[in-house]
Write a protein of this length. Structure first.
Ligand code: F6R
Length: 355
């Protein structure tokens, strides 16, 4: 059942602290200062410097962007491809290449086809999936389970958070780079996420902007994939126009679309990005757009933004997991106010088994 929630989507948003705890269980040891992913132990023998190619679709693609960034930060040559374009892009694959398919269902036809292409070309294949015994799990040399539990709502929510956490663990497993800081931050994340759920004012903000023409989402660094994800969720369940950009891209075109009727959700977390984001906020405010800052620096941002959605500081990478949860809630409450079919949006299916 929906445990008292009106929709599975809301139930699954609220299940995220538990989903993350399950993903971490027996993989993170504070005592030994280590991260182990049992399923990937034999991947350790691979060349550590990749290249690694992620293939995925939709929300899982956004998680893959996050994962590729994590690996690159550890010096691994990691790239991300939309699974539906992977074969057409003539990506060079050699025997040392590791191809990682990120897929909640493990059944997405485009992702399966990319993984088959990779297998045929002699790459080592890995899937990061939620479903035990799924097609992707059977196709790949290695399987890492995200352990989010079943997700019924068509819009992916808890599985995205679990993918972000799983890819953090995968990065440590592949590079042997588990800092005590990362371990502590992972351990604290479920409680911080619970705090976001308990204290979020996303519903009020959703009410304020339910009549908007368009919604824009901007973020930098680890928040850039979250900006894309925020827009995708908004489109899927509200049927309204929404777009996500890396903050720096605004002035290269999308700014022309910004008006008083297009609220901009600006993710500003971590010192480096807050400063640059303030520049982007000025650009959109000058065009009259209302700004909602999603930030771990509420004192600073409240001077610039119309509204602030606060998130705790979870470090330079994981704060984006929390920022995304605020955006999930905004989309949910807008869709709810509009009376949309939230758990089964029109034209969409939970698993897309045609290419
Ligand atoms: C978005 C959504 C879709 C899926 C995509 C890939 O909310 O659900 O974009 O993320 O179809 O699905 P999986 O992860 O099952 O491969």
């Amino acid at each position: 059942g929906k445990s008292g929630h009106e929709h599975y989507m809301l139930k699954e948003i609220y299940e995220q602290p538990t989903a993350i705890r399950k993903c971490l269980r027996e993989r993170v040891s504070e005592m030994e200062e280590s991260i182990t992913v049992e399923e990937l132990s034999d991947l350790g023998t691979l060349e550590r410097d990749g290249p690694v190619q992620f293939v995925a679709c939709g929300t899982s693609f956004h998680a893959a962007l996050y994962g590729a960034r994590l690996l690159r930060e550890q010096g691994i040559h990691a790239q991300c491809f939309r699974a539906s374009e992977y074969a057409a892009e003539s990506v060079p694959i050699h025997s040392g290449t590791v191809v990682i398919g990120v897929t909640q269902s493990g059944e997405t036809a485009d992702t399966m086809s990319a993984l088959r292409t990779a297998n045929k070309a002699g790459a080592s294949t890995v899937t990061v999936t939620n479903v035990v015994g799924s097609s992707a799990a059977r196709e790949c040399d290695h399987v890492m389970y995200i352990r989010a539990g079943p997700e019924i709502g068509v819009a992916a929510t808890k599985t995205f958070a679990s993918q972000q956490v799983a890819l953090t663990l995968l990065t440590s497993a592949l590079t042997g780079s588990a800092s005590l800081d990362t371990i502590k931050r992972l351990r604290t994340l479920p409680d911080q996420l619970q705090r976001v759920l308990d204290e979020s004012t996303a519903r009020e903000i959703a009410m304020e902007y339910v009549d908007a023409d368009s919604y824009f989402f901007i973020g930098r660094g680890y928040n850039a994939p979250v900006a894309l994800e925020g827009a995708l969720k908004m489109k899927e369940i509200t049927y309204k126009h929404a777009e996500g950009f890396a903050g720096g891209e605004l002035k290269h075109g999308p700014l022309a679309l910004v008006t008083e009727a297009s609220p901009v959700f600006a993710m500003a977390t971590g010192e480096n990005h807050v400063e640059k984001m303030l520049g982007n906020i000025n650009e959109v405010e000058a065009r009259g757009a209302p700004v909602v800052a999603v930030t771990d620096s509420p004192a600073t941002l409240s001077q610039y933004a119309d509204h602030v959605l606060e998130v705790p500081d979870a470090g330079p990478r994981l704060t984006s997991v929390l920022a995304n949860v605020q955006l999930q809630l905004v989309s949910y409450w807008v869709a709810n106010e509009l009376g949309r079919s939230i758990d089964k949006p029109r034209h969409l299916a939970k698993s897309v088994t045609v290419e």
